[in-house]
Write a protein that binds this ligand. Structure first.
Ligand SMILES: Nc1nc2c(ncn2[C@@H]2O[C@H](COP(=O)(O)OP(=O)(O)O)[C@@H](O)[C@H]2O)c(=O)[nH]1
Ligand SMILES: [Mg+2]
Length: 433
């Protein structure tokens, strides 16, 4: 496999990208026998890497018995063809490799649909250029060779199929949106992060989900949503979905919009990072770039430093200290550590914008009691002869709903702090943290 380093990229960046390409290659079942990084002032228009480098690659491939060359960039169809001719081996560019892995991993109809759209989108413009290239070498100027006709047929077929598939994707997207609308007062938390950081493992630890988790890139391509149990009063769901990677192909981001909208519409993101990875910082940056691309960069995040069990003992304390300073949470999904801290951190965020109220609930208000037990956080309960003195905390929307229904019968609970009885030291305005 080979990468190209342009002056604007540091050697480190280029090397990290190549390492990532190596894990991608392994994920699709290839064994990497050699890697090369070529520095150039600019891309070679004809062969991308430059003719000399290409000839070198051919020699090396012959020596090592390599039958596939991976290029850590996206090639134009002409570049791919020219390179293929020189090295006399199959060439795959970065996007083709990633699409290949996605296609292998897709299990559900939704994931398969999204991958197919991405593949066709990538193929369509390449098909055009490929055929143009053929007809240029084949017929003379102005001749309308058989290739051209075939090209038009192929293009039309692909376009028709794309239209049909995209239509289905749009419908799925709308359905998902409607479902979310029905549960709009539920606080939605989504796991995001680099592929293989441990998102699905955390999902399974935090909810009753059984999302497949393996040490493989892009094991998860679908979105799974489960109730996140944070205790009474907290209505939250947790969503696990596809992981990100550096330079995630645009066609994939586009076609995975329905799945990724689960992220884009979340109230809070748990940004899971592999704390043991030397590439953690670069990964974090790539994830934030994809979040920006899908319009999710303004959503509040909690950084989760996972795989803490893999940290050398002498680094562990430092990491925990650093995490505490930056508001991150250190976890090990493997050992089940840090999950309580993570739940606490989520509860803290959920309470932002919550309101507090206090008052006497008469014993006769059975229905209100049931509502309070189910949908608000009960901070204090003091039974007395006339009823129960409570102090509660809840989302503003829930407070409004309760007030509309019970405000007339239990006014004290919904009075603002200033006008409240001596015991009620906090009112709706003073809620949250
Ligand atoms: N040692 C260790 N391995 C973990 C931890 N969390 C996840 N893994 C492993 O990392 C691999 C990827 O995990 P997965 O949850 O599928 O990652 P995802 O791609 O982010 O969903 C699996 O082999 C997990 O068993 C952890 O805290 N410690
Ligand atoms: Mg996963």
């Amino acid at each position: 496999m080979a990468g190209l380093r342009l002056p604007q990229h540091s050697r480190e960046e280029a090397e990290e990208s190549l390492s990532e390409l190596a894990s991608l290659a392994e994920a699709s079942g290839a064994r990497v026998v050699a890697r090369a990084l070529q520095s150039r002032a600019r891309v070679d228009g004809r062969t991308f890497l430059g003719g000399g480098k290409a000839a070198e690659l051919k020699e090396q491939a012959e020596e090592l018995g390599a039958n596939l060359i991976l290029i850590d960039h996206d090639l134009s169809p002409a570049q791919a063809r020219n390179l293929e001719k020189i090295v006399d081996r199959k060439i795959l560019d970065r996007t083709e490799l990633i699409l290949d892995i996605f296609a292998r991993r897709a299990r559900t109809p939704q994931a398969k649909l999204q991958v197919e759209v991405a593949q066709l989108e990538y193929l369509l413009p390449r098909l055009t250029r490929l055929w143009e290239h053929l007809s240029r070498t084949g017929g003379g100027i102005g001749t309308r060779g058989p290739g051209e006709t075939q090209l038009e047929v192929d293009r039309r077929r692909i376009r028709d199929r794309l239209t049909h598939l995209k239509d289905r994707l749009t419908r799925t997207g709308k359905r998902l949106e409607q479902q979310r609308g029905l549960h709009s007062d539920v606080f939605r938390v989504a796991l995001v992060g680099y592929t293989n950081a441990g998102k699905s493992s955390l999902m399974n630890r935090l909810t009753s989900a059984e999302v497949p988790s393996r040490d493989r890139l892009f094991e998860t391509l679908d979105a799974t949503t489960r109730i996140l149990d944070l205790g009474p009063g907290f209505r939250a769901t947790l969503t696990d979905t596809v992981g990100f990677i550096r330079r995630l192909p645009h066609s994939l981001v586009e076609s995975f919009r329905a799945t990724l909208s689960e992220v884009a519409s979340a109230d809070l993101l748990l940004h899971v990072q592999d704390a043991s990875s030397p590439m953690a910082d670069a990964c974090e940056k790539s994830v934030n770039e994809v979040l920006e691309e899908i319009g999710a960069d303004q959503i509040p995040q909690i950084a989760v430093w996972n795989k803490a069990d893999l940290l050398p003992a002498e680094e562990f304390d430092g990491a925990v200290r650093q995490a505490a300073e930056s508001g991150a949470v250190v976890t090990s999904a493997f050992r089940g550590e840090g999950l309580d801290r993570l739940r606490d951190a989520i509860r803290d965020r959920l309470r932002d914008g919550w309101v507090e109220g206090a008052g006497l609930i008469p014993l006769s208000e059975g229905e209100l009691w049931a509502r309070l037990r189910a949908s608000v956080e009960l901070l204090e309960e003091r039974p007395g002869p006339l009823g129960v003195e409570v102090r509660v905390r809840m989302p503003r929307a829930e407070w409004m709903r309760l007030r509309a229904r019970y405000g007339g019968r239990v006014p004290s609970l919904f009075e603002p702090a200033a006008g409240a009885a001596a015991g009620a030291d906090v009112g709706p305005g003073a809620g949250g943290r």
